[in-house]
Design a protein around this ligand. Structure first.
Ligand code: GA4
Length: 320
């Protein structure tokens, strides 16, 4: 199907596709490792259902973010400009990328959240309790899923991936995005442009407004239906490198909705800065040789912030 694109001068294909939903409840658990591996090899993306994150934790976070974005612009700006942390509006990253979005980007460490909350909310204790509670829950979910991935890949030590996120000094970050409705413009506009996530794993949730799209092929987009009760999980660049290219760091973007505003929140699980990232030895074979040179997360992050949003930065680390 060819549909109106956010850029009216460019024709893009939007295809409908059933995306995998993986049941993490005790009864779905035995099939989960295999299904997760299949999904990550094919799409680098899947929906986690029956994930066990309590609804109160999620609704407390929804309230906290709605309260912040409803503030007058001058009050929100007290928490900005994002460089890269804090409140940002339209400007993304440090190199001139823009989108129809406003956001809060926060370090995931509870001490940082508490300190920063004083410029974000009149009730900083409540705000930081909501954020810290949410981060703790989604970090646990990310680690649980990473352990299932290792099991599915038949890596004997199932905490090989999750230990980076659990480590003291993990550089994980948390982002809350608010995409205002596009108003007078009938088609959606680009809220957050095409990119892959640099980290290990992203745990994403949104309100009941669509806008997220993933791309498995250049110029072909699949719209991801909203489901506020579920979490969308996507593979990041570092996990693509650690799995020696078996898992795909999926390219995605977010469009605004003409009629409703969209809120999404994402936990980006990352290693500590000095962690050394290399393809896991079980996944390097004579038939599937090493694809990437080893690097530290600090080196990778430097590349991330020196390039533009849509750049394919993992290419810089290809083994020769
Ligand atoms: C994309 C994923 C996360 O939102 C993020 C983003 C980061 C930022 O907003 O500061 C980046 C972007 C993201 C990738 C390329 C660089 C860095 C903006 C940008 C242009 C927090 C992240 O880690 O990488």
């Amino acid at each position: 199907m060819v549909v109106a694109s956010p850029n009216p001068r460019r024709t893009e294909k939007i295809q409908a596709m059933e995306l995998p939903a993986i049941d993490l409840s005790p009864s779905g658990r035995s099939a989960a490792p295999r299904l997760i591996v299949e999904a990550c090899e094919r799409y680098g993306f899947f929906k986690a259902v029956n994930h066990g994150v309590p609804v109160e934790i999620v609704s407390r976070m929804d309230e906290a973010s709605a309260g912040f974005f409803a503030l007058p612009a001058s009050e929100k700006q007290r928490a900005g400009p994002a460089g890269p942390f804090g409140y940002g509006s339209k400007s993304i990253g440090l190199n001139g990328d823009v989108g129809e979005v406003e956001y809060l980007l926060l370090e995931s460490d509870p001490a940082f959240v508490s300190r920063r909350s004083t410029s974000i909310s009149d009730d900083p204790t409540r705000f930081s309790a909501a954020v810290n509670g949410y981060i703790e829950a989604v970090r646990d979910l990310a680690c649980d899923i990473l352990d299932l991935m290792a099991e599915g890949l038949r890596v004997p030590d199932t905490s090989v991936f999750s230990r980076f996120i659990r480590a003291v000094g993990s550089d994980s970050v948390f982002r809350i995005n608010h995409y205002p409705r596009s108003g007078a413009v009938i088609h959606g506009e680009v809220g957050f442009g095409e990119h892959s996530d640099p980290q290990i794993l992203t745990v994403l949730r949104s309100n009941d407004v669509g806008g997220l799209q993933i791309s498995l092929e250049d110029g072909v987009w699949t719209s991801v239906p909203p489901d506020p009760k579920a979490f969308w999980i996507n593979v990041g660049d570092v996990l693509q490198a650690m799995t020696n290219g078996r898992f795909l760091s999926v390219r995605h973007r977010a469009l605004t909705n003409p009629f409703k505003s969209r809120t999404s929140m994402a936990f980006f699980g990352a290693p500590p800065l000095d962690a050394r990232i290399a393809s896991h030895r079980e996944l390097v074979t004579p038939r599937w040789p090493r694809l990437y040179k080893p690097f530290t997360w600090a080196e990778y992050k430097k590349a991330v912030y020196s390039l533009r949003l849509g750049d394919k930065r993992l290419d810089l680390f290809k083994a020769s």
